[in-house]
Design a binder for this molecule. Structure first.
Ligand SMILES: Cc1cc2nc3c(=O)[nH]c(=O)nc-3n(C[C@H](O)[C@H](O)[C@H](O)COP(=O)(O)OP(=O)(O)OC[C@H]3O[C@@H](n4cnc5c(N)ncnc54)[C@H](O)[C@@H]3O)c2cc1C
Length: 377
């Protein structure tokens, strides 16, 4: 361990690693502690969709946080590639979103935020994507919708952290905070060693709840399982991301198609695939792209999203503890939100005004009922 780093980041998923990298670039000394291998949980399991967003016209702090990711992912990906030689697979492959009448409230939002979109006629749809089945709902084309390959992005982040001087400590589970007069003075790690830092940042994803409880807060972050199936049909069947409510197909550059996802809060911390969900996802793929009906299931996996009651992350100070901060609860959009999160936490630690107002993300907020499907929030 480093001697008393400025910041100990607890949890090395996309949120912890991105923030550690930004902090190190800003001159902080940073240690990242993970209970397991770095970047192998929700961040590894995600589909990697980066929906479009426009920071200049974002209508709310949540929209701005999300839009920062949409706008900066291309530049950040290039920065990581230049620094580490690792390509994270970012590409603006475009997306097609099917909207039902009850989803059409997003159209004025897209218009207000200057998102490029196009209502597709059946002919336009079939010339864009010839293999599609008859799907209910009005298709819209989102040319700037993008994707990233999560495992590659995490590899790039780990390498970037190393280059920036971040000390990475996999297999160091944080078990207990040591507290003194409203401050955390250390964390008990693994088999009993004590790690001390000036400031502690809790980025333990779905596992943040029990750590928050130790600090006297409700375990507001809860796991929400999502399952994914990877299909291989031997030939490319799809070029763009298809989105239908909370379900989607993501075509990989190599012809494979990722099909997601379920939303299962009732599964708790049980991270397994179920036959029922795999069957449902295969049916979804065959419905959207009939030629995928006989595609082989190459593999499937599950991940635990860090859920929050209103679908928004918790960002900022942990009330009652002057040197403890949280960045957790990014639910269905943590990949997209990772850059904005890293930016605002770094600004906060520098004592600067944050680009995104953090009040809506306070740990002690009273959650409002989500007005948008979580995928878009
Ligand atoms: C199936 C699925 C599909 C998704 N698709 C998308 C998508 O298309 N686009 C998008 O933007 N988002 C998507 N997401 C959401 C996104 O993946 C998550 O919001 C994001 O990964 C959360 O990142 P995290 O770093 O907070 O959590 P995690 O990646 O889970 O990282 C938390 C880390 O904390 C560590 N940890 C836990 N407890 C401790 C402890 N006590 N001590 C030390 N370390 C600890 C864990 O080992 C883990 O490495 C998807 C998620 C899933 C599951």
């Amino acid at each position: 361990m480093s001697k008393h780093p400025d910041v100990a980041v607890i949890g090395g998923g996309i949120i912890g690693l991105s923030t550690a990298y930004f902090l190190a670039k800003a001159g902080f000394t940073v240690d990242v502690l993970d209970r397991s291998d770095l970047g192998r949980e929700a961040s590894w399991a995600g589909a990697g969709i980066i929906p479009p967003g426009n920071p200049d016209l974002a209508g709310s702090p949540a929209d701005l946080l999300r839009a920062i990711g949409s706008a900066r992912f291309p530049v950040f990906s290039a920065e990581l590639r230049e620094l580490t030689g690792v390509n994270n697979g970012y590409r603006a492959c475009g997306g097609i979103e099917y909207l039902h009448p009850c989803d059409e409230y997003v159209i004025p939002v897209w218009q207000a935020e200057g998102i490029v979109f196009e209502r597709l006629t059946p002919d336009e749809l079939s010339s864009l994507e010839p293999g599609l089945g008859a799907v209910r709902g009005q298709p819209y084309f989102l040319p700037t919708c993008a994707q990233v390959r999560n495992p590659w992005h995490l590899r790039a982040l780990i390498a970037a952290c190393q280059r920036a001087g971040v000390q990475l400590h996999p297999h160091q589970p944080v078990r207990q905070f040591e507290c003194e007069n409203g401050r955390v003075s250390g964390v008990h790690v693994g088999e009993g060693s004590l790690v001390r830092a000036g400031t502690y940042l809790l980025t333990a994803g779905a596992w943040s709840g029990p750590l928050l409880e130790q600090l006297g807060h409700a375990p507001v972050v809860q796991p929400v399982r999502g399952q994914i199936v990877l299909l291989n049909s031997g030939a490319p069947r799809l070029s763009r991301i298809l989105m239908l409510g909370k379900e989607y197909l993501v075509p990989r550059g190599d012809g494979r198609v990722l099909v997601g996802s379920t939303e299962e809060p009732e599964a708790g911390f049980v991270k397994v695939n179920t036959e029922e969900a795999v069957t449902k996802l295969r049916r979804l793929a065959a419905h959207l792209v009939p030629t995928l009906a006989d595609a082989r299931v190459e593999t499937c996996w599950a991940g635990l999203r860090p859920g929050s009651p209103d679908g928004l992350p918790y960002l900022g100070n942990v009330p009652g503890w002057e040197n403890v901060f949280v960045a957790a609860g990014h639910f269905r959009a943590g990949v997209q939100l990772s850059i904005g999160t890293a930016q605002v936490i770094t600004e906060l630690f520098q004592g600067r005004a944050t680009t995104v107002p953090l009040d809506p993300f306070r740990l002690d907020r009273i959650p409002s009922t989500p007005t948008k499907p979580a995928f878009r929030s």
